[in-house]
Design a binder for this molecule. Structure first.
Ligand code: GLC
Length: 431
């Protein structure tokens, strides 16, 4: 079993819980066409604020409902965008007026979120954008909505990133001391991404070393991700995004604690007209594939301007709810197995329990090489029914088996679950 080097944050609960909810919610939810709408459409900050800020009024926002849906889906933690690239803050920050408190919402929206999710037994984390297209000291660069404005270079002359970096430290300190989150998910650095004469942004712009020291001082056990442009060993969690790793994620050759973040559709923020919603099979297989390689899955919901999860998101969460209700044992506390997986299957393992996730239903015999005498008992997780580990004699004679083959003798029909899972109780967990 691969075991990453310990880092400063407390990853023990994280690598057990495996499955979290990402939530992207802000003024961009009103535009309803991706959280980068301001950059993509080059909407100047004052125009963006004038259009959406006075209309941000999520009258149906009920974080207890969000938390219930997350818990039922089998998610054990949630990371919400306290501030995304637009610079709008969901909490009552003392360092800006560009916050939910000053919109028709009229209140801090983060506090009830934290309370509701903790009440449902979930841990909470904050996504905090290092980019800030609203802040007057954030210099115009490759992603900024004003990047093609004729006066962009002149505007930058009055902007001071040192003041912005202090603003970031003040806000992060505010979030950590006021809410004590379990995760801080900073996003993102692009030191080599130049545009015209505008440089990219990385550790020197964020003053990442100072920010990192502050975070560790205020919250020694917090989980910090890897997007501050700092040496990889200073991160607790590495964060592949919109990709499906097919082996344990390594950095500089060493296995790390990792979490893949993914969307239900093609957008993090609510996108009314985006249709690339993943199928139920894709959703379940993404979770299994991730844990089978020793990682976590952070699956994103983009709530609407009203503060609701749209029906497509609720349906997708229902897919996880129904499968996890029967198969959570093959996810929580599990990690990559050193045993070889049979064709069209994935393995997850928790001590002497080896879970066989069957993606393509075979005809009767599922052969696991090398496990011949290693298994005490086998059962389906969905109904607890025993799975026989010996084929009938006549069939066995036709299968040209090896002495150390384990043969799981399956029903002809696939059980009525998206991915059936067989739990093998091993006599000895060592491969
Ligand atoms: C990318 C997107 C950003 C999103 C993040 C989530 O950085 O640009 O909008 O919040 O991914 O990981």
């Amino acid at each position: 079993m691969l075991t990453p080097q310990p880092t400063q944050g407390d990853t023990a609960w994280f690598v057990h819980d495996r499955f979290g909810m990402f939530i992207h919610w802000g003024l961009y939810s009103l535009a309803a066409r991706h959280e980068w709408v301001q950059s993509r459409e080059k909407i100047p900050p004052d125009e963006y604020q004038a259009r959406y800020f006075p209309r941000f009024d999520p009258q149906r926002y009920d974080p207890r409902e969000w938390a219930r849906l997350a818990r039922q889906a089998g998610m054990k933690y949630a990371v919400i965008t306290a501030k995304h690239h637009e610079g709008f803050c969901l909490w009552d920050s003392q360092f800006t007026d560009f916050k939910a408190t000053n919109t028709p919402a009229g209140r801090d929206l983060l506090a009830p979120f934290v309370e509701a999710f903790r009440a449902e037994g979930l841990r909470v984390g904050f996504y905090y954008s290092l980019l800030d297209w609203h802040h007057p000291d954030f210099t115009i660069d490759v992603y900024h909505p004003l990047r093609d404005h004729p006066a962009a270079a002149r505007l930058n002359r009055g902007r001071k990133m040192t003041r912005y970096a202090e603003y970031v430290r003040n806000q992060v300190a505010e979030l950590l001391t006021r809410f004590q989150p379990d995760i801080l998910w900073c996003d993102f650095s692009y030191p080599n991404k130049t545009y015209k004469n505008f440089p990219g942004k990385g550790r020197k712009d964020w003053e990442s070393e100072k920010l990192h020291a502050l975070i560790r001082e205020l919250s020694p056990r917090i989980l910090l991700n890897n997007r501050l442009d700092l040496p990889p060993e200073l991160a607790d969690v590495h964060t592949p995004e919109q990709v499906q790793p097919t082996e344990w994620v390594r950095v500089d050759g060493r296995p790390v604690v990792w979490e893949a973040c993914q969307t239900f559709s093609g957008s993090w923020g609510y996108h009314r007209d985006e249709e690339s919603w993943k199928s139920p099979g894709q959703l379940i297989r993404m979770l299994i594939n991730t844990v089978a390689c020793g990682g976590n899955l952070l699956m994103n919901v983009g709530p609407t301007a009203l503060g609701t999860f749209d029906p497509r998101a609720v349906a997708a969460l229902g897919v996880y709810r129904d499968w996890m209700a029967l198969h959570a044992d093959s996810i929580y506390g599990c990690t990559q197995s050193d045993f070889p997986a049979p064709q069209d299957c994935r393995l997850t393992q928790n001590g002497n329990r080896l879970y066989v996730h069957i993606y393509a239903w075979p005809f009767r015999a599922l052969i696991l090489r090398g496990l011949g005498e290693r298994v005490e008992y086998a059962r389906f997780l969905h109904d607890g029914s025993e799975v026989q580990i010996r084929p009938p004699v006549w069939e066995a004679e036709q299968l040209s088996l090896r002495p150390d083959d384990l043969v799981l003798w399956l029903p002809v029909k696939q059980p009525d679950v998206i991915v059936p899972v067989i739990e093998l109780t091993l006599k000895d967990a060592r491969p």
